[in-house]
Write a protein that binds this ligand. Structure first.
Ligand SMILES: *Cc1c(COP(=O)(O)O)cnc(C)c1O
Length: 461
């Protein structure tokens, strides 16, 4: 019985899988709030390279991975697939549990799968600098890693509270030559306005996105880069699922259930869409289920409203149809920094809306209990985000035991938690609180949105 299932470098996928042609319904298009029409691709050229805009809207199922990107992927890809034997034994479950180990990348998460690709396409189109936002620092460090290898400059707006509480991620970004600034900052008009109102503004992901976009729009040869949510980001992440499928096939396995955590949805889409493809094209060996997990402190898929909303706080982005907690959402201070976004990827939201994907929310105490059990039985220390998936995995494995049924569970270990030990200190000291985001606050925020954009409900999508 194999514990670690590896692929050769040559088996690294040659194409990414694009889910757009295989959705159960056409994806509602992004809307330009000025024209109230689907956004014109040319308008996006102010911040994205043409090739990424093409990928964003493409109906080609397979998109080739450039050799230059594959060469960098080979630094850590294909990533190992592990059988969680220790966890299985501790749970005395008949389930067989597998995890795709994305903690193996240099920045320590799945995020460089897209960061490297985005840096490459921007370089090819003559861009010299990329701007972005980061919460806990995972995305900022992934983009700093990718841009540095291709010789691009990188400016990262980091949510102020995280900037102050998490110096190690900032150091990593600077080591990879990025310029890191706490957000709100005095570098943008929007940031200066917020600081004038409140010099102690702790920042949020939505604010940092607004600053990064303003910086890109107002400077030559500068583009903006987003680490999740958009179709092209999810596309790049499908290397995970494509590899995992080959790895499972090599040992004669196929998942009954695929599980992941969701911040913006890119890693879970990346692992699960290649299996969803099997399902919709009748190629799946089993009637595979998909389970998305999220924090009760930021319950986008389980408590959010499915509607058009902005991707940022300053209302600068196009409107995306998604589950949302409202773009003026201020997240409670939970440790899973990567899961604190108010919206989610439109394709994933559509699949949840259609009942093809399930969604579950967990509080951070039960989530860290799950992560601690994992670390004690498998050794690897998971990122707080990953712990959400592990909680669902354990629940599924216990259910299999109760039913006395075999079950194959696959999940993605999206990142290691070695730079998140402060969260584990709080956990061990019993200081974590089980946060729940109140439903009334979601409704209030959506009401404000409706007042601002009453025409949204008349859109034909
Ligand atoms: C950013 C992050 C996530 C969540 O982002 P998605 O786009 O939903 O994948 C999950 N896990 C880790 C370790 C992260 O850094």
């Amino acid at each position: 019985m194999k514990r670690k299932i590896l692929l050769d470098e040559e088996e690294l996928p040659r194409s990414w899988y694009n889910v757009l042609p295989d959705l159960p319904k056409p994806l509602p298009p992004p809307i330009d709030p000025e024209t109230r029409e689907p956004i014109k691709p040319e308008k996006l050229e102010a911040i994205f390279p043409k090739e990424l805009i093409r990928q964003e809207m493409s109906d080609e199922r397979w998109i080739p991975i450039p050799d230059e990107v594959r060469e960098i992927y080979r630094l850590w890809r294909p990533t190992p697939l592990f059988r969680a034997l220790g966890l299985e034994r501790a749970l005395k479950t008949p389930a067989r549990i597998y995890y795709k180990y994305e903690g193996a990348s240099p920045p320590g998460s799945h995020k460089p799968n897209t960061a490297v690709a985005q840096a490459y396409y921007n370089l090819k189109e003559g861009i010299e600098r990329l701007t972005t936002e980061t919460g806990a620092g995972q995305w900022g460090s992934a983009l700093a890693f990718g841009t540095n290898l291709f010789g691009l400059k990188c400016t990262v707006y980091m949510v102020r509270v995280s900037y102050e509480q998490k110096p190690y991620r900032g150091a990593m970004m600077r080591l990879w030559n990025a310029d890191v600034t706490p957000s709100p900052s005095d570098r943008t008009e929007y940031g200066r306005r917020l600081l004038e109102l409140d010099p102690d503004n702790p920042g949020s992901l939505g604010i940092a996105i607004s600053e990064a976009i303003e910086d890109a729009v107002t400077h030559e040869n500068t583009n903006y880069s987003l680490g999740s949510v958009l179709n092209h980001v999810l596309l790049h992440q499908t290397v995970q699922g494509l590899e995992a499928k080959k790895q499972l096939e090599s040992i004669g396995e196929y998942p009954d259930v695929v599980i992941g955590c969701v911040g913006g949805g890119s890693s879970f889409a990346g692992l699960s869409y290649p299996f969803y493809y099997d399902k919709v094209t009748g190629k799946a060996e089993k009637d595979v289920r998909f389970v998305a997990t999220e924090p009760t402190a930021c319950p986008t898929l389980t408590k959010g409203i499915y509607t058009y909303d902005f991707g940022d706080t300053a209302s600068m982005t196009p409107l995306l149809k998604m589950y949302t907690l409202g773009s003026d959402f201020t997240p409670p201070p939970i440790h899973a920094g990567g899961l604190r976004y108010h919206g989610d990827a439109p394709t994933l939201c559509l699949l949840v809306k259609e009942g093809i994907y399930e969604a579950r929310a967990y509080d951070q105490v039960s989530v860290f209990d799950a992560g601690a059990l994992f670390a004690r039985t498998e050794g690897y220390v998971p990122a707080p985000e990953t712990n959400h998936a592990i909680k669902a995995v354990i629940d599924e494995a216990i259910e299999a035991k109760k039913e006395g049924k075999e079950k194959v569970i696959l999940f993605n270990f999206t990142g290691h938690g070695l730079l998140d030990m402060q969260a584990y200190i709080s956990y061990v000291e019993g200081k974590l609180k089980p946060w729940y985001y109140p439903e009334e606050k979601v409704m209030e925020s959506i009401k404000r949105l409706r007042e601002k954009l009453p025409w949204v409900e008349q859109l034909p999508y």
